[in-house]
Design a protein around this ligand. Sequence first.
Ligand SMILES: [Zn+2]
Length: 88
Amino acid sequence: MATGWAGDSAVQDQIDATIKDAIKRVRSQLPQGPGLARCEECDAEIPEARRKAVPGVRLCVSCQEAHDAEQGGVSGYNRRGSKDSQLR
Ligand SMILES: [Zn+2]
C-alpha cells in the first residue's frame, strides 16, 4: 500500500531553506563596522554614549525607533529567529 509520505523530506528541505534564508536576511541587516557620528537619515549628531552602546550604529534614537517600528510590523518572526541563533 502506498503511504503517500514520500514528499516529506522535500517539505522539510523547503522549511530548512526558508529558515536559512531568514537568518541570512537578518544577518545582512546587522550593523557592521564603526558607528556613524551623524545619523544616516536626518544628519543629527549621534552621542558617543549611544555609539558605544550600539556598535555600528547608523541612526539617531528617533530614526532608529521609527525604523524599529517599521520592521517590527513585518519581521517579528525573523527577530525571534535571530535571537535564537545568537544563543547558539
Ligand atoms: Zn536621525
